[in-house]
Design a protein around this ligand. Sequence first.
Ligand SMILES: [Zn+2]
Length: 94
Amino acid sequence: MTDVPSDMISFAGKIMMLSGIFHFSVTSWGRTREHNARVGGVADSQHLKWLAVDVVRDIDCDKQAFIDACQSMNLQVIDEPDHLHVQAGRPSPQ
Ligand SMILES: [Zn+2]
């Protein structure tokens, strides 16, 4: 077994860091192509690479503060009707 790719480790670490600041739950993380299709995910979804999570916030978790924190960590946020989709940002140029 090879090491977990660093982008996956980095992404998971950022989500766990956020969990120490905000009250939220992750309702979807990695997906198979089959499951992604069943739930209506886009064909090239970052969920397929385990580089996206869907988040539901507790009542005391301010949406804008959460989004700001994500963006400061180079995470992209899409505000969906019933959750926030959070995915890894573009890798910085080497
Ligand atoms: Zn999503």
